[in-house]
Design a protein around this ligand. Sequence first.
Ligand code: R5P
Length: 300
Amino acid sequence: MRLHAFPDALGIAGRLARSLRRPCRPIDLHRFPDGESLVRVDHRPGADAVLVRSLDDPNARLVEVVLAADALRRAGARRVVLVAPYLAYMRQDAVFAPGQPISQRAIGALLGGSVDAVLTVEAHLHRVRRLAEVFPVPARSVPAAPAIARWLRGHAPGAIVVGPDEESEPWVRAIAAAAGVPFVVGRKRRRGDRDVRVQLPTGARGAHAVIVDDIASSGRTIAEAAVGLRRAGFARVDAVVVHAILARGAIASLREAGVRRLVSCDTIPHPSNAIPVAGLLAPLLRALPPGAGWTRGGGS
Ligand code: R5P
């Protein structure tokens, strides 16, 4: 097996390669003046290829992943496995208004037509609950909840865990149970990209709250929850997210809302990264499909 890392994924790909004791090669990436991309890979014919890239800022990255998968096959890869610690377009999992696509399914078909398997961390699976419904190839989403619970046990033992929306209830409940702390879940209404309202239950009382969410994009969801918690009397509000997308202005909004510390998994490189995921991904790569845990479309 040989790992191949895009320039934006060298950190996590290196950690994964060390954990697997396999070589990792950087992918040469050229962007032409017209915006097209050219990739170049260095592969050993007959070996499995593991393509590593998170799909935040996804549009050009998706195309480049498809090009790299083609290059790897031409270079003789036995199988091409995409490791996308963050998978984009998972939130549009239904037609919410007439005329919209199901982006999740369209992107699943695009990637599934290029690679032989997909591995990710904590995919946004809410209405669609299994990656089997997203990808036509074997796919696994590794849960980040146990790693987040471990972090909470070590860093916030007396806190209350707060989920900002009802969708996240089972996830937040599992994290709180594993961390041995109480939890509450708010109700979220989104009226626009950066226009979010979060209503917290009246039972949210205490001194230290930790908001947990899978994604922080504009940061508005966490910021709104933090404002509510500060109003409810919490002296300290922190936040833990899996995927720190943190679009422009997000960090300022979190700071203004009174979030003291933001911690994230290292699925997307960011100074808040404190929870490594390479150790969660490595065992599944050691057992590539059809190995243990890799039933077709299996897993969560
Ligand atoms: C939504 O379903 C997700 O779980 C996150 O709450 C959401 O993506 C956060 O987005 P933003 O940071 O833009 O409020």
